[in-house]
Design a protein around this ligand. Structure first.
Ligand SMILES: [Mg+2]
Length: 230
């Protein structure tokens, strides 16, 4: 029998919207203002630094404001332009907030779930100044009865407090009728598991599950498969 969830908690970036594509475009435009040509190597350097800072943020070790600046300071140091960190950080975030690319099939999935009467919440570890405009531009905000942006509530996935806040705001639905859907095994899958929720890992690149994360309830390669869980 197919599962019958009443509530879906969706991650945003790289689950519903193609963040990698938007980020790459926003980064290239920001960097080019310094007369640098954005190459694959440069973006990979930035992505690695960014990933490190996001992990610190998700573990509650640094604040979002520190992360925003430090990732560009570290990256620009490689090109002797560290003094431009604030400027580039602002420019990047401004660019990013205006970029919306849907993950293929995501809109169709949300429409189908909505039509079935499911309650949808958005759970994202993003920055407010980036996520709010993108939710508006994409039309996504109309789908969700609740939007939880980590920066706005002062804690992030996979922290327990984040999920506690989300379920409280949803009026405590029964736990076995809630499904967490996301691409990140650490923040989405582990976060949901720690809270006793079923999880669906959208693993589009067929990555290995990291150590310390138990198998999710479901694993899918295309977001459309969410409509055919067994
Ligand atoms: Mg994500």
């Amino acid at each position: 029998m197919p599962p019958s969830y009443t509530h879906y908690l969706f991650d945003l970036d790289n689950t519903l919207l193609d963040f990698d594509r938007s980020s790459r475009e926003a980064f290239a435009e920001a960097i080019e203002s310094l007369d640098l040509i954005c190459t694959d190597r440069m973006f990979a350097q930035y992505a690695e630094i960014n990933h490190r800072y996001w992990q610190l943020y998700e573990r509650g070790k640094i604040r979002s404001s520190e992360m925003r600046r430090a990732r560009f300071a570290d990256f620009l140091k490689l090109y002797d332009k560290e003094e431009k960190a604030d400027e580039i950080s602002h420019l990047y975030l401004d660019n990013l907030s205006q970029k919306v690319h849907w993950v293929e099939g995501a809109k169709e999935v949300l429409d189908a779930l909505k039509a079935n009467g499911a309650s949808l919440a958005l759970i994202t570890n993003g920055l407010k100044s980036v996520q709010r405009p993108r939710l508006k531009l994409s039309g996504l905000e109309e789908y969700f009865e609740l939007v939880v942006i980590s920066e706005e509530i002062g804690c992030a996935k996979p922290q327990r407090a984040y999920f506690e806040h989300t379920l409280r705001e949803l009026n405590h639905p029964s736990i076995e009728r809630v499904l967490v859907v996301g691409d990140n095994p650490q923040s989405d899958v582990l976060g949901g598991q720690r809270f006793g929720l079923d999880t669906c890992w959208y693993n589009r690149r067929g990555k290995q599950r990291p150590e310390g994360v138990r198998p999710p309830t479901y694993e899918i390669k295309r977001i459309r498969q969410l409509l055919h869980l067994q």
